[in-house]
Structure formats: structure tokens, C-alpha cells
Design a binder for this molecule. Sequence first.
Ligand SMILES: [Cu+2]
Length: 127
Amino acid sequence: MSAGAGRGRRRAAETRAKRASTTRVLAAVLLGGYALAAAGAQSVDVRMQGERFVPAEIQVKAGATVRWLNAEKRTSHSLIFPEEKHLPETARLFPGESWSRTFDSAGRYPYVCGPHPEMKGVVVVLP
Ligand SMILES: [Cu+2]
């Protein structure tokens, strides 16, 4: 074995170490960016499926947007927030349609489906 080959192996090992540390930095940057995006504009989906809201209860942070997506084959649904009398019932959501609401204030926001009042859900908004 020559001295040159030994230096070559050391260089290769150094390159591998640098690549690994670059990967770690990139991963940290990507994860950090993702966490910031989640904190800034959290977006959560609730599916309307099998005449149920899935999940029926969700917890989000203030400022989050919740999107209800009708994932049925043929049934339409709507949303009513009975404790907020000033809010009208939403339009009927047909399969594939969705409706979104942004929750700016902490609290409990129960809701039901207009045509199927046994379909109930709640959005818990944390400060
Ligand atoms: Cu319904």
C-alpha cells in the first residue's frame, strides 16, 4: 500500500463526514420551515363520510383554517353552528365540495349538519 492511497482514503472519509453534516443542516432547515408554516397557517381537514364528521372533534390553534370536505358518494351535507346564531347555515356541500372557516378566537365551536342533525362535531380552538 502506498502513502498516496492512505491520503485518498482519508479524503474520502472527510468528504463523507462533510456530506453527513450538510444533510443534517438541511434537514434542520426543512423541519424548522415546516414548523413555522404550521404555526403561521395551520390547516386541518374534516371529512364528511358515512354520514359522520371524521374526526368529529378536532383541536386547532387560533388562526387555523378548518376545511370540511364532502367525501360521500352521493349524500350532501351542510354545516350549522347552533351557538352562533348570526351565522347562516352553509350551502349544501355535494360530494367533492368543501367549505372552510378560519377560527381566530379560542373556544369551543360545536356544529351539526343541517339535513342530518345527528351528525355532530366540534372544533376546539386553543389560544
Ligand atoms: Cu349531513
